[in-house]
Ligand binder design. Structure first.
Ligand SMILES: Nc1nc(=O)c(N)c(NC[C@H](O)[C@H](O)[C@H](O)COP(=O)(O)O)[nH]1
Ligand SMILES: [Zn+2]
Length: 191
């Protein structure tokens, strides 16, 4: 239900708040949940930006931790996420389709979980905000998910809060970042 999805998106925001603010990425949280039939949903893994060593994304961390939990490589994760697990990946920000660092985008990591069997792996992605144009414009992630047969849902209820958490480490706007004297000096130069 929408309420269930919103409760997991709320969890992704709490996770994102654990990410160290940096101007070179967004602070994002991710929760991977099994919605298998009659049993209550079960959280399989969580992640937040920079949780694991290196320049890591929230979804990347949650997937890597899940693979470790099954002691398999990320490539074999798909065969451990059987169709009846009905696995949904919740992420505060839409998964990246391109990364300025050149690292493997999370949308590819998500699609890779389905490569072996057509209906296993991550079945659906739910996110709470579109990626802002700070680094990459016109994200193709949703198109790529659809082409891979993965459902996705964009619930904008918490978008404002998600973006303010995501961009905590970013310069507000240059003027407000400069000290009083600097602003004065800049103005003097201009006059
Ligand atoms: N969905 C998502 N989860 C994250 O944890 C994260 N950090 C981003 N961020 C997307 C943004 O487009 C990339 O952070 C920049 O493109 C820089 O690329 P790197 O992160 O250095 O690979 N997006
Ligand atoms: Zn990513």
């Amino acid at each position: 239900s929408k309420q269930t999805s919103l409760s997991y998106l709320r969890q992704t925001i709490d996770l994102a708040k654990q990410s160290p603010p940096k101007p070179t990425n967004f602070r994002v949280g991710c929760v991977i949940v099994a919605h298998s039939g009659p049993n209550p949903p079960q959280v399989l893994s969580t992640g937040y930006t920079l949780e694991l060593e290196g320049n890591t994304h929230a979804e990347q961390c949650a997937l890597a931790k899940l693979a470790a939990k099954y002691s398999v490589s990320e490539d074999e994760l798909g065969s451990h996420l059987s169709p009846d697990l009905n696995t949904v990946l919740y992420t505060s920000l839409e998964p990246c389709g391109k990364r300025l660092s050149g690292n493997l985008p999370c949308v590819q990591r998500i699609i890779n979980t389905r490569k072996n069997n057509s209906s296993g792996g991550i079945r659906k992605v739910v996110f709470g905000a579109k990626e802002p144009g700070t680094f990459v414009q016109d994200s193709q992630s949703c198109k790529l998910l659809t082409e891979a047969g993965i459902d996705w849902e964009y619930l904008p209820d918490f978008e404002e809060e998600i973006l303010s958490v995501a961009m905590e480490g970013h310069a507000k706007d240059e003027k407000s970042k400069q000290s009083g004297e600097e602003v004065k000096r800049t103005e003097n130069q201009q006059t």
